[in-house]
Design a protein around this ligand. Structure first.
Ligand SMILES: [Fe+2]
Length: 124
């Protein structure tokens, strides 16, 4: 069996409890409340990754996308000089859904796309 290319699709850690250094450097880290009130804004801090990713011309994070489930919310484009692959964004959940799945995908120019997600509860 051949090994899957990291540029084929979006990568997730094979075993989140026992990540490799490559997985630790690329898997987005999502920090926000576990529970938010419907209609209230809340902040989500995203960093790449558990081991900070380098930002050099030859090797850097190109963008960070934020989704709620399958719905696209925002993109942050990054250049390799003077940036840090970290962003804090305000989100607001309304509607009838009692949970929301915050999904983040980042792209490294050398190591492809990496995804993480966090399920939150939305209260009345
Ligand atoms: Fe990388």
């Amino acid at each position: 069996m051949t090994e899957k290319s990291i540029f084929c699709g979006t990568n997730r850690p094979a075993d989140p409890a026992n990540m490799t250094d490559t997985e630790k450097k690329h898997t987005p880290v999502i920090e926000c409340s576990d529970s938010v009130k419907s209609g209230d804004s809340f902040q989500v801090k995203i960093s790449v990754g558990e081991i900070p990713h380098v930002m050099e011309e030859a090797h850097h994070v190109q963008w960070i996308d934020i989704y709620s489930g399958q719905n696209f919310n925002a993109r942050v484009d990054l250049t390799p000089v003077f940036t840090k692959p970290e962003v804090t964004i305000s989100l607001q959940k309304g509607g009838r859904h009692r949970t929301a799945n915050i999904r983040v995908i980042e792209r490294c120019n050398l190591h492809g796309q990496w995804e993480a997600s966090k399920e939150i509860t939305v209260t009345e």
